[in-house]
Design a protein around this ligand. Structure first.
Ligand code: LMR
Length: 394
């Protein structure tokens, strides 16, 4: 059965982790997969998470099954947290998923069931997993213009112009904040314009919110989503707790359906539960139980907010330091865009050849297209990144 199989394509992000691990050079630098590292180069367990996990270990008295929608307390807390202050909260329904990738898949399958001919529009470029997941659901995927390689910012005019062709059979996938891979986000005026277009043309926005709290702050990072949720009858949301709770390997996320009525949203939830049953049955509990405990305990929640805010502030400082070191080493301002971007990543526009040279000759690993994980840097390695970039002609 397996003899005639072709070689599978390698995942562009996860394969880098393997290549980095196999590199014997001591001063190598991994700026591939999106994980936050502290100044010692370590991805820490957040203190609030550690405390909640210890309490959980002490108090949990059963490992019995939870249910197809996962932890319903987590689901309620997540939707309240995200949709606070919007009328959409009362017409939403949520399932817990294995990470946001699981949420993307469940929501993609729901779209395919509700509207088999739907086209999902993704930004050019977008998160490397968006297209594979949507295509695995049997959906057609098309791209809208997004990133301007010259300014390293979003070409919002071109984006909005392209969205004018979308109609009721289209789903528009947007990054809630901290666009992956580019780091370039749309303005509130553009969120507003998207809401206007969706109202007029009937397409459904689908917001992937994987980095809330890493951009400016928790509220600002959810402002675009909240605006759409308030104004539009239908919005889909994939949420990740991987980064802002540092729960990466626990695979903790949520899929939220906002419908014109609560009954519509609940029908969507019911179908996602049916689809989950045929996929993984129910999500792993541990991460969601930790998040729920943090969100409903004032002291733990404050500790988590402080830790998250400290990570966000440090990423911003790393960005400023990058700009300063690039300015002095290149005697130019051409790397100033690092400070304009938000969240973990920046796309630098390195060619495939330069990216290859960067790993082969300099031991610096970045994702194809030149995506750098700024949040994976430590202060004392910025010089290494700067000299490696200039050595490959960036
Ligand atoms: C990334 O883009 O590096 C992360 O979102 C990890 C992933 O799941 O691909």
């Amino acid at each position: 059965m397996f003899q005639q199989l072709d070689a599978p394509a390698k995942d562009p992000i996860l394969s880098l982790t393997v290549a980095y691990r196999e590199d014997a050079r001591e001063d190598k630098l991994d700026l591939g997969i999106g994980v936050y590292r502290d100044s010692q180069g370590h991805t820490p367990v957040m203190q609030a998470v550690r405390s909640a996990a210890l309490t959980l270990a002490d108090q949990q008295d059963s490992k019995g099954y939870v249910g197809l929608a996962g932890n319903e307390r987590f689901n309620d807390l997540m939707s309240q947290f995200l949709l606070a202050g919007t009328s959409a909260l009362a017409r939403s329904a949520t399932i817990q998923t294995p990470g946001a990738s699981g949420a993307l898949r469940m929501l993609g399958e729901l779209i395919a069931y509700a509207k088999p001919n739907a086209t999902v529009w993704i930004s050019r470029p977008s998160y490397v997993n968006h297209q594979p997941v949507m295509e695995a659901c049997g959906l057609e995927v098309r791209e809208y213009p997004y990133f301007d390689p010259d300014t390293k910012l979003v070409n919002e005019a071109a984006m909005l112009e392209s969205l004018r062709q979308l109609g009721p059979d289209d789903v528009l996938l947007l990054h809630g904040c901290c666009h992956n891979p580019t780091g370039a986000d749309i303005s509130m005026a553009t969120w507003q314009a998207i809401a206007d277009l969706a109202e007029q043309q009937g397409f459904v926005p689908f917001v992937d919110l994987a980095y809330q709290g890493f951009g400016d702050n928790l509220d600002a990072d959810a402002a675009g989503l909240r605006l759409l949720a308030e104004r539009l009858p239908e919005v889909l949301v994939a949420v990740s707790c991987s980064k802002n709770f540092g729960l990466y390997r626990e695979r903790t996320g949520a899929a939220i359906v906002i419908g014109a009525t609560q009954a519509d949203a609940l029908r969507g939830k019911g179908h996602m539960q049916r689809i989950a049953r045929a996929t993984y049955t129910m999500p792993p509990d541990h991460g969601a139980a930790i998040v729920a405990m943090i969100l409903e305990n004032d002291a733990l929640k404050q500790q988590w907010l402080d830790e998250l805010q400290a990570m966000q502030a440090r990423i911003q400082r790393l960005r400023q330091q990058l700009v300063a070191e690039f300015r002095s080493a290149s005697d130019s301002h051409r790397f100033d865009y690092f400070a304009e971007h938000r969240g973990m990543f920046s796309v630098t526009g390195l060619s495939a050849e330069q990216t290859q040279q960067l790993s082969a000759e300099q031991g610096v690993y970045v994702v194809g297209g030149g995506r750098v994980n700024v949040a994976g840097l430590s202060e004392d390695r910025i010089g290494k990144l700067v000299s490696a970039f200039l050595a490959v002609g960036a």
